[in-house]
Design a binder for this molecule. Structure first.
Ligand code: NAP
Length: 238
């Protein structure tokens, strides 16, 4: 039977790299994105990903999205929660709306999409869920307090859910990237990025493909005895 994967935030950066690599490994991939129609069209032509546009920050979007995904894919072997947003600034300067949006996209969408898709994995007694967290969820970042909390929440989610669904044949893991060259980090500017690169043991930033390799390892049978774990892909920054 065809292996299927759902990847959120598939249009750019880490999600696009994960989508390409899963497609190369024979997965039929459903790619969720918000606005980047043109990028998804290109990716679809390149690797056959099926695009689904939805605003994951809108809780009302989850039910119709789930319905569309299940109608098109039938079953789901792998769910990669990659879509995420960041927000920079001193903690007290972040507005309630910025904070609400951050938690909605980075945490609530992950929890609710998992809750909605889990029954099809439970029914087959098999499945694989991978959350893209962050090194800031592990150690915390100044000027990214809310973001760090959202990513720390994902790490707790992974550990708890892995215990609950392990007996049902479902594995749940996290990948925590360091600084990866994508649109999300481009806003930091060259000087900051150079400083972050210097702080890594490997003296450079990471690529989206390097994160994708870790995701594909955790998705594979080679990781069959790994669940509830957080795999750091940070070039030795910490
Ligand atoms: P990115 O280049 O900014 O891409 C973000 C992706 O998420 C895009 O596909 C975007 O879709 C999608 N997305 C954002 N908000 C969405 C929403 N409300 N609904 C649906 N899709 C939405 O980000 P990235 O750097 O690849 O990061 C991917 C993940 O890795 C994020 O969870 C991020 O927190 C995490 N991470 C990144 C780094 C890093 O250094 N880059 C480090 C640690 C963790 P559109 O293109 O349609 O907007």
């Amino acid at each position: 039977m065809l292996k299927t994967a759902v990847v959120t935030g598939a249009s750019r950066g880490i999600g696009a790299a994960v989508t390409r690599e899963l497609a190369a490994q024979g997965y039929q991939v459903a790619g969720i994105y918000q606005r980047s129609d043109a990028a998804m069209q290109v990716l679809s032509q390149e690797c056959g990903v099926i695009p689904f546009a939805a605003d994951l920050g809108n809780p009302d979007a989850i039910a119709p999205l789930t319905e569309q995904l299940l109608a098109r894919m039938g079953h789901i072997n792998l769910l990669v929660h990659n879509a995420g947003i960041s927000c920079h600034g001193l903690f007290q300067t972040i507005s309630p709306e910025q904070s609400r949006r951050l938690y909605a996209v980075n945490v609530t969408a992950v929890i609710e999409l998992t809750r909605a898709l889990l029954p099809v994995m439970l029914a087959r007694h098999s499945g694989n869920i991978i959350c893209i967290a962050s090194m800031w969820g592990e150690v915390g970042a100044s000027c990214e307090v809310d973001y760090s909390v959202t990513k720390g929440a994902l790490l707790a989610f992974v550990k708890a859910l892995a215990k609950e669904v392990g007996p049902s044949g479902i594995r749940v893991n996290a990948v925590s990237p360091g600084t990866i060259q994508t649109d999300m980090t481009a806003v930091l500017g060259t000087q900051t990025l150079e400083a972050l690169a210097e702080e890594t043991a490997l003296c450079r930033l990471g690529t989206p493909e390097e994160v994708a390799h870790a995701v594909c390892f955790l998705a594979s049978e080679r990781a069959a005895y790994i669940t509830g774990q957080d795999l750091a892909v940070n070039g030795g920054l910490l």
